[in-house]
Design a binder for this molecule. Sequence first.
Ligand code: IPD
Ligand code: CA
Ligand code: CA
Length: 274
Amino acid sequence: MNQPTPDQLQIFLDIATEAVMAAGAILEAYWGRLETVEEKGRPGDLVTAADRDAETIIIKVLQRHVPQHGVLAEESGKLGETQSEYLWAIDPLDGTTNYAHQYPVAAVSVGLLISGIPQVGAIYNPFRDELFRAARGLGATRNRHPIQVSRTSDLNKSLLVSGFAYDRRETSDNNYAEFCHLTHLTQGVRRSGSASLDLADVACGRLDGYWERGISPWDIAAGVVLVEEAGGKVSAYDGSPLIMDSGRILATNGYIHEQLSHELLQVCSFSSLK
Ligand code: IPD
Ligand code: CA
Ligand code: CA
């Protein structure tokens, strides 16, 4: 892999920022004005004009600046130069269920994978006007101010977050047992409905840890960079290196990582899947 220079990473970060801000304006424009909400296949897996138009504008920004790169977009799939080692993973609206119900917790997430490793990420939450940015080696920021993970080192004193994928009614590997187990062991487990914001909240220390299964690369590409650049740790459930398309992720402040990994493996009957 040709590792880009810090200057190149900064340029990619600015491109990601332009893309999430443009998409954020679309989410604001459609807020409260959606005429239809469609189901994509699985019950509860929704898509709206806001998802589609936000994705279109992100793709336009990327095509203008980096036409030589590949794109993996939630609503459009793989596009562009898919042989390139540069792949932009796009979630134009992370938190569609919240958004469709006018529950204001959602974000735009744009991450750049280089040879499969997340290196640049921008997440924009238009409801709080919060812009999270990070690039490998360049640190992580919230509204341009540096951020750090929390220092909670005792799982019993931690506040966690998780989520449930759209296949939850079809599989017993639905994260319910893990959620109950950790609810008993901690000060609480939240379910925000936006994986990218969960990772951003771990990165800025509001939450101490996050885990989820059934997750896609576009949900986590940007947030992984944020957590790592804010001093946290990201891995598979068992602590081994994260596999981006495995569907499982564990992200913490680092201090509670082993404890949370241990508890997940205690209860997760699918631990052989990592
Ligand atoms: C969903 C959200 C949610 C997570 C789901 C995701 P979407 O993304 O990130 O928090 O629990 O697994 O699919 O569909 O709103 O983009
Ligand atoms: Ca998503
Ligand atoms: Ca989405």
